[in-house]
Write a protein of this length. Structure first.
Length: 730
């Protein structure tokens, strides 16, 4: 018993007359009934069908936002019930008692929108002819159900949608219909990266039966800088805001239009999410408005965080899908169609041409002398040339044309809606590409820097081109299989100390050989260029290095345990910053001293990316690997660069050895290289020694080491050990 109730009981314990006593007892019973209802969480209502009068218990009056407990009309009694719920509620309120309960929405100034369950009850004995029922506040239960239903619907919409526009429009519609708002909109930043951008109304929605066109048009035409107006303020602060009276709130810039449209209150909140790296993003703002005076309520704030997160996740997903889609279709370097997407467009045009008789042209474009630019100035310069050429080609192409980069320095142009060419020269994409490639091949044969239109009158040239392409593709496929099936082998050509009288074995050069299962030998001059045009050269390079280190490990403890193995490296390997770590791990795993491994690279490789190559070279030398500059004299390296390189030896190219001793210029060049090596304290190795005269001449100019058929042909490891049992020449 509360102190308030006790005091009231004391007040009625004084001597009273019969009527006053009855009134006091009735008051006490009413107070007790009121407290019982509050404790149980329900109120009662009565309706007189004859007079149309309604009576409410105190709790029921609060639930229906009624200032008094009696109402002469249903309009007065149910005035705060949402219009959509009224027809069914009136049927329940006035009809037979055997009806199912229903949930209604009540809008009040004090507590905003609430859910109330109306349940018919048997007639009250005190009022047998009146309809009787119970009211329960089910707001918390309904909110949980609405949030669950809304979350499910939102997730379903956002996962299934393909555009952010559709997703946000659906979200706004769902919130308005489920939570009783009449106008909703999404604001986001104007496109672009420049500073000073404003927010604009990207999407809005309202029920078709509500005439809110004027407010919608004004909102669509308006932009707001961050911090300006209610939307700009919410975007800038990241905090949600309530608008209790839009017509008088100075923060709301559309006050007059809102008042004319009958909108009264609203809720504005930011769409935010935190990315995986912890950075907070705020792509936009959602706003919802109602014609009712809705005081701050719990529904929308509780779901706003979920709504914002789901929209943001959808925006992230769509952005990621767009990036993936772009990566699948666009060449990253040049921003043109990539090979796969260009081929898809070409095949689509072929189908249209065959079905609808539309003609189009295919142009194949190749940059002349592009490789020397790469070799002389590095890949950065080569990439800049490709990007500039792509930009110019795109500018020159007519608007309907598609421009693609097929790979390397090869480009293609597809021009639709013309009066000649396809389908005369092919019915499919591959046929047309072969025809265009054949036309380009004719240009190269005729001196380059020109153009040519393929004609069916030149079948021999096309046949030759097709045969070469087929041969190259077949060879590449066979080479992949050979690598997978372990059909490749290493042989080792001796490098001899020709300055010593007994010509001891100084080292060997690892050379790759390929014997097909049929027994046919394939020359490295044939399959290495094919490997270099694909990603195979990387895999082959790793296989060669792994096999060479295994063979070197097998020699440990024998007469050739201190033998050095020279391994040729591909350009792509020497520009990889991962190379030192990889080689160090391989040599450590096999217990092979790094100092016994000599990595050979050419001058042209050095010029591709000189700074990167130099960094990798220094790292390799710090680990202990030796580096040899192969084919010296054939490239463009300067003496100042040579002085700064961490190399241990130079190899004189065979072209300077071939004409010794009769070729005076070759002798002078060879002698200069030998002298340069001595001054820089580098070993000098002459390649391609095939005659005694060449050997004598090289000894005469004090060349330290030699390699060639005269000194030893390439041998498998077992034969090498047999021929050089003590490390001496045979």
């Amino acid at each position: 018993m509360t102190s308030e109730r006790a005091s009231r009981m004391q007040a009625v314990s004084l001597p009273l007359g019969p009527q006053r006593l009855r009134d006091a007892i009735a008051m006490e019973a009413a107070v007790a009934a009121d407290e019982l209802e509050r404790a149980a969480g329900f109120g009662q209502w009565w309706y007189d069908p004859q007079s149309g009068r309604s009576m409410l218990s105190p709790v029921a009056a609060e639930y229906l936002e009624m200032p008094t407990r009696a109402a002469d009309t249903l309009v007065e009694c149910l005035g705060h019930v949402m219009e959509d719920d009224l027809p069914e509620l009136i049927r329940l309120w006035t009809g037979p008692q055997a009806q199912q309960p229903m949930d209604i929405r009540v809008i009040g100034l004090a507590r905003g929108m609430r859910w109330v369950r109306v349940t018919p009850l048997p007639s009250d004995p005190a009022r047998p002819h009146w309809r009787h029922g119970m009211l329960q506040d089910t707001t918390s239960l309904m909110l949980a159900a609405v949030r669950e239903r809304l979350g499910y619907a939102l997730t379903e919409y956002l996962i299934g949608t393909h555009t952010l526009e559709d997703a946000i429009t659906n979200v706004i519609q769902l919130i308005c219909r489920n939570l009783g708002w009449e106008w909703g909109a999404y604001w986001s930043m104007e496109p672009g990266d420049e500073p000073g951008r404003s927010l604009y109304c990207r999407h809005f929605w309202h029920p078709p039966e509500r005439d809110l066109e004027q407010f919608s048009v004004l909102s669509s035409a308006l932009t707001m800088a961050p911090g300006d107006g209610l939307v700009g303020r919410v975007w800038a602060t990241g905090q949600a805001e309530w608008v209790e009276d839009m017509s008088t709130d100075p923060r709301f810039l559309r006050r007059r239009s809102a008042h004319m449209s009958g909108l009264w209150s609203g809720y504005v909140f930011p769409v935010t999410y935190v990315s995986d790296n912890g950075e907070q993003h705020r792509p936009g703002v959602l706003e919802f408005y109602s014609s009712l005076s809705r005081q701050p309520e719990a529904q929308l704030p509780k779901v706003s965080a979920t709504i914002g997160a789901l929209i943001a996740q959808t925006a992230q997903r769509l952005e990621t899908e767009a990036v993936i889609h772009r990566l699948a279709q666009v060449d990253e370097m040049t921003d043109l169609d990539n090979r796969a997407h260009f081929y898809a467009q070409l095949n689509r045009h072929c189908v249209q041409s065959h079905r609808e008789g539309r003609r189009f042209a295919l142009m194949f474009i190749d940059l002349d002398r592009f490789k020397p630019i790469n070799d002389a100035f590095g890949h950065e310069a080569g990439n800049a040339v490709l990007q500039e050429f792509a930009r110019r080609l795109k500018e020159l192409a007519p608007p309907p044309a598609r421009v693609g980069r097929l790979g390397g320095d090869e480009f293609a142009l597809l021009v639709p809606e013309i009066s000649a060419c396809s389908p005369d020269n092919g019915q499919s994409g591959p046929e047309l590409l072969r025809s265009a490639d054949a036309a380009m091949y004719r240009v190269k044969q005729n001196g380059r820097n020109g153009s040519n239109v393929f004609s069916t009158s030149s079948p021999d040239m096309l046949a030759q081109q097709r045969a070469k392409l087929a041969q190259r593709l077949a060879m590449e496929a066979e080479l992949r299989e050979a690598l997978r099936a372990d059909h490749l082998r290493l042989v080792y050509q001796p490098i001899v100390d020709i300055a010593s009288p007994d010509a001891p074995l100084h080292g060997v050069e690892a050379l790759i050989r390929w014997r097909k299962p049929s027994g046919e030998m394939v020359s490295p001059d044939i399959f290495i260029p094919i490997a270099e045009r694909s990603d195979l050269i990387i895999d082959i390079g790793r296989w060669v290095m792994s096999q060479a280190l295994h063979d070197l490990a097998a020699l440990q403890g024998g007469a050739l345990s201190r033998l050095k193995i020279h391994v040729n490296m591909a350009a792509s390997e020497f520009t990889s910053s991962a190379l030192p770590t990889m080689l160090s791990a391989m040599s450590a795993r096999l217990a092979v001293p790094a100092a016994q491994v000599v990595l050979e690279l050419t001058e042209s490789m050095l010029m591709r990316q000189p700074e990167q190559v130099r960094r990798v070279m220094h790292q390799l030398r710090e680990i202990g690997f030796e580096i040899s500059l192969d084919d010296f004299g054939m490239g463009h390296s300067s003496l100042s660069m040579l002085k700064s390189l961490p190399i241990s030896s130079l190899k004189i190219d065979r072209s300077f050895v071939r004409d010794l001793p009769s070729g005076e210029r070759d002798r002078a060049i060879a002698q200069t290289i030998v002298g340069l090596g001595h001054h820089l304290q580098l070993d000098v190795i002459a390649e391609g020694i095939e005659t005694p005269a060449q050997l004598d001449e090289l000894k005469a100019i004090r060349c330290g080491f030699g390699q060639g058929y005269l000194l030893g042909r390439p041998l498998p490891l077992t034969e090498l050990v047999r021929c050089f049992p003590d490390g001496r020449s045979r």
